[in-house]
Design a protein. Structure first.
Length: 342
């Protein structure tokens, strides 16, 4: 029986998102007969009773407050997590954890040093994708179009060049936490201050008025392209995790040429950032209908409303099979012979 240590929780604004995804993954893995231990990177191994209490499939409409996050950060296990026998004895760690600590390479470095195999991208790929400024530089250098941007503090000329409206967001955060659409320069400072609550590096990005799309990557394969149709102007935290606040269409109702172009660019973004196993790459069209890459997600959400599972399902890969393939990709790197489903 394959032994899985599922790492989740964390002390970032995406803690609830991680728990909601973990609930889905745990059910799928146990349904395939795997031995799954659930570990919260803050509180450690979760008993069956604790799992029932925290692994909720629903996500709140708002991320945790800064005060709540400060308490969690104080309790974070950090490198001591590798001393947990449930992690040490596992065949592989399945990562369902988001934000800078989970996706920025820190956790991956700790696991590498302890020789514990894990799903998803390694230290380098995780760090490159998490830093939006670095990722966008790599996109542009490799020919993947991405909206113009500046790193705050930016001079008046740089802001004027981006135009209004513009996007203000933390450079190293996910789930659109701390993101604002600024339509007046009078609102810029407040938007920057909001973003700084989640990261000390803030990105200003040109707003593109067109349709929004996403594509999942599994192994070396681009999955279905989906269109995101949020109730709000942008695909924000509330729209992402509140049922009924967003409509997602998989596969997207677009012509074959645009589908192929988004899939091509999605794979290119995945490769230039040196990602592995799986990811999700987001796009938005400009006024002329040209797709621009917004970012790549190294550990995409796995909740019941998440986009990566929908992208996989649209090409005939159900949730359990997607989880199985992610595990097999990780096990293959270790030389583990008895792959799941083999």
């Amino acid at each position: 029986m394959t032994r899985i240590a599922l790492l989740t929780g964390g002390s970032t604004a995406e803690r609830e998102v991680a728990f909601a995804g973990a609930a889905q993954v745990v059910a799928a893995l146990r349904g395939m007969g795997m031995d799954v231990s659930v570990i919260d990177s803050v509180h450690g191994f979760l008993s069956a009773e604790e799992e029932t209490r925290v692994l909720l499939t629903a996500v709140g409409h708002r991320p945790p407050s800064e005060e709540e996050l400060a308490v969690l950060r104080e309790a974070e296990l950090g490198p001591a997590i590798v001393d947990l026998p449930e992690l040490r004895d596992a065949d592989v760690a399945f990562l369902v954890i988001h934000g800078k600590q989970g996706e920025g390479g820190q956790l991956q470095a700790v696991l590498d040093l302890a020789h514990i195999p894990y799903t998803g991208s390694d230290v380098l790929g995780s760090a490159l994708a998490m830093d939006k400024d670095v990722a966008k530089r790599l996109f542009r250098a490799s020919g993947v179009p991405t909206p113009d941007w500046a790193v705050w503090p930016a001079d008046r000329g740089a802001v004027a060049a981006l135009g209004l409206p513009l996007i203000v967001k933390p450079s190293r955060e996910g789930s659109t936490v701390g993101l604002s659409v600024v339509k007046s320069l009078a609102d810029l400072e407040a938007a920057v201050n909001l973003a700084r609550q989640y990261d000390d590096q803030v990105i200003l990005e040109r707003f593109l008025p067109g349709r929004e799309f996403t594509v999942g990557i599994l192994g070396e394969r681009a999955l279905a392209v989906g269109e995101i149709l949020p109730s709000h102007e942008i695909f924000d935290y509330e729209c992402k995790y509140t049922p009924g606040m967003c409509r997602e269409v998989f596969p997207a109702q677009i012509d074959a040429g645009l589908t192929a172009r988004i899939q091509e660019l999605g794979l290119a973004a995945h490769r230039v950032l040196k990602l592995r196993d799986f990811s999700r790459v987001d796009f938005r069209l400009d006024k002329d209908g040209t797709p621009y890459c917004l970012e790549a997600n190294t550990l995409p959400g796995m909740t019941r409303t998440s986009l990566f599972p929908q992208s996989a399902a649209a090409v005939g890969i159900d949730f359990a099979r997607a989880c199985e393939e992610i595990i097999n990709l990780a096990l293959r790197r270790t030389g583990f012979r008895n792959k799941v489903g083999a």
